[in-house]
Design a binder for this molecule. Structure first.
Ligand SMILES: [Zn+2]
Ligand SMILES: [Zn+2]
Ligand SMILES: [Zn+2]
Length: 299
């Protein structure tokens, strides 16, 4: 059974291109949303008993921040697959963080049909009755750093069989062992399928936007960029002249849409994608297992 696909992106171009690709791949139910709030509403509408949408979200979306959107969707339906579309480098630190944070996959912009196809074939494999990765190449198409614990979860085979496979993949030159990888497990059901839930440190809700602040050197005023109307400082009313000379931009601040708190450190809890338990960093169970690196033309 095909699952509904939801696209959330503020770029008309990307929506059109993605829709074209999805239709080529035989997807029947495709929903397009341009703003975060409508996107979230639609996601909630699509998540029903036994039906979990596959959502493609724009990480660089204008009217909010991708990380808040990811948290809010995961909270609504931890079984939904959320794929992040971004122009960020695939090997950047943020990307590996996003995957740990519960994003299912990352789709790099510009979006290629082949990459999109890979994502669907992995989703299909994982949702088939008996997932079997006789060939690890499928898994290596989208991730190249794997842990033994993660593999054991993906493959759902016993330890003996897993070890046999690992040895074979190593001798076939598909993966090589690296240092151990430490990962979070759910303290309640012991599952490795966990994500992060980000929230405002004050009211603990996940509905926040990223904002840029501007510091006006001559008067010391720090305010949101949008308050500097017509490039005039809202405090001293003088005009901003040149970036780096009389003012600077401060990136990575957030404003909470619920309590209006402004903050730079996002609050964070874990969410178990298996049993839905939310837990704090202190409650998390950390375990190490052997780490592997994929040796593949796709890696
Ligand atoms: Zn759990
Ligand atoms: Zn708040
Ligand atoms: Zn000023």
């Amino acid at each position: 059974m095909k699952r509904p696909v939801l696209l959330i992106d503020d770029s008309e171009n990307i929506l059109t291109r993605m829709k074209e690709f999805l239709e080529k791949l035989g997807q029947k139910e495709i929903h397009l949303e341009k703003c975060i709030e409508n996107g979230i509403k639609k996601f909630q509408e699509l998540s029903k008993e036994g039906i979990h949408p596959i959502a493609f979200i724009d990480y660089d979306i204008q009217d909010g921040s991708g990380i808040s959107l990811l948290s809010r969707l995961l909270e609504l339906d931890p079984d939904g697959e959320i794929i992040i579309m971004t122009a960020l480098e695939k090997n950047s630190e943020i990307i590996s963080k996003l995957i740990n944070e519960g994003a299912y996959e990352i789709l790099s912009k510009p979006i290629r049909l082949e990459a999109l196809k890979n994502i669907f074939s992995i989703i299909e494999l994982e949702n088939s009755e008996e997932p079997k990765y006789a060939d690890i190449s499928e898994l290596l198409k989208t991730t190249n750093r794997l842990s033994e614990a993660w593999l054991s979860d993906k493959l759902s085979v016993n330890n003996e069989e897993l070890n046999k496979n690992i040895e074979r993949w190593i001798s076939d030159g598909k993966i090589k062992q690296i240092e151990d990888i430490k990962e979070v497990f759910c303290p309640s059901c012991n599952s490795i399928k966990t994500g992060h839930i980000f929230h405002c440190p004050q009211c603990k809700r996940s509905d926040f936007n990223q904002i840029d602040l501007i510091e006006h050197y001559s008067c010391g005023n720090i305010a949101e960029e949008r308050e500097f109307r017509n490039d005039k400082c809202p405090s001293c009313n003088k005009e901003l002249k040149a970036l780096g000379i009389d003012y600077r931009r401060i990136k990575n601040h957030y404003v909470c849409n619920s309590c209006e708190n402004k903050f730079s450190e996002i609050g964070c809890d874990f969410l178990c994608l298996n049993c839905n338990k939310q837990f704090t960093e202190e409650e998390a169970v950390w375990k190490s297992s052997r780490g592997f690196l994929g040796i593949s033309k796709y890696a």
